[in-house]
Design a protein around this ligand. Structure first.
Ligand code: 6GU
Length: 335
């Protein structure tokens, strides 16, 4: 999967060199390119913001640098150039007929036309030198070589904003199935709305929120999303099974919080691990875990319980929920 991130604070993304995501990058599962928005400014002060029309506090990010950045990273469809070979002469992979074919996952050499850098912006930069991809300019990978304009690869553009749609595990799973994501980190009061509107004419655009609170900018939100998405990529987690047991994982855990976990020693500061976990009785352990998930969800996220389809609940589930004060369908809450 390819990720492009545009920000005025590329330093935030040094964290993507670390741990699971750092390893996914080093092993080639994730191809991350961080771009400094100010590289697409043209004034001495590299200005990215201006006062809001209509008045009010704060500043708004100017559309121009954003427009140029998005054009450079995901070039708009252009009329076929004369020096391009006809599209029919290129080998066609399985993605050739897709609306949005995969961008190359390997570094692409400069085009045979010469290494001409993008005229409207810089090539990508990486957050660490050992992860750089020589010869990989944003422009050189933004299109499938030889692809017609209609089949040019485009990224899914993700704009973090507290006024967006909620980022959920289901959306993380959708993103994990995309070949290419482009994150646009806003600061201040946000990005001039025409940027998303115009981008929508040529790529899918999601405005996405992490929750009901306000961050100072999109950078930390993007770190959160990249970690949530990256760990879902095949090969990134050691034990693929662990994903299914996560809180919110599609399936049995979709509307449940994961219960408590324990490791050795069996007794710590006079607190024993629940006996059932030491029993070796897999059925009983699974049942206990489900009970705990139901109880914890009732305690911390009662609104999630309303999403549980009644037909997915067995008699024991109903007993546990009733005891937690959440009678299921038709039953009256005990006084
Ligand atoms: Cl995605 N961005 C910002 N700036 N603030 C947020 C958020 C995102 N989600 C919650 N608050």
């Amino acid at each position: 999967m390819r990720l492009d991130i545009v920000t005025i604070f590329p330093e935030y993304f040094a964290a993507l060199d670390i741990s699971l995501i750092g390893k996914a990058r080093r092993t080639g599962l994730l191809d991350v390119h961080v771009h400094d928005l100010r590289d697409w400014t043209h004034d001495r002060h590299r200005t990215v913001d201006d006062t809001p029309y209509g008045g009010g506090p704060g500043m708004v990010m100017k559309p121009d640098p954003w427009g140029e950045a998005l054009d450079a990273i995901a070039p708009p469809a252009a009329p076929p150039a004369q020096d391009q070979p006809p599209s029919g002469t290129e080998p066609s992979g399985p993605s050739a007929s897709d609306d949005r074919p995969e961008p190359p996952s390997e570094p692409v050499p400069p085009s045979p036309d010469g290494p001409a850098p993008p005229t409207s912006g810089p090539p990508e930069m990486s957050t660490s030198s050992d992860l750089q991809s020589p010869g990989l300019s944003a422009r050189s990978v933004a299109r499938t070589p030889g692809a017609s304009a209609s089949s040019a690869a485009v990224p899914r553009l993700v704009i973090p904003t507290p006024s967006g749609r909620p980022f959920t595990q289901a959306l993380a799973a959708e993103y994990a199935a995309e070949p290419w994501l482009l994150f646009a980190c806003g600061r201040y009061e946000g990005i001039d709305s025409r940027v998303a509107e115009e981008a929508r004419t040529r790529m899918p655009v999601d405005e996405v929120s992490l929750g009901d609170f306000v961050l100072a900018g999109g950078e930390v939100a993007v770190l959160v999303m990249v970690e949530a998405v990256g760990r879902l990529l095949p090969g990134v987690l050691g034990n693929a099974d662990s994903i299914a047991d996560d809180s919110f994982a599609p399936g049995a855990m979709e509307s449940l919080l994961e219960g408590p976990v324990y490791t050795k020693p069996p007794v710590w500061r006079e607190r024993p691990v629940p006996d059932v976990l030491l029993s070796g009785h897999h059925g009983a352990i699974a049942r206990w875990r489900r009970d705990e998930a139901l109880r914890r969800t009732a305690r911390h996220r009662p609104e999630l319980l309303a999403r549980l389809a009644p037909e997915t609940l067995d008699e024991r589930d109903r007993d546990v929920l009733r005891a937690a004060g959440f009678p299921v369908d038709g039953e009256r809450m005990a006084d």
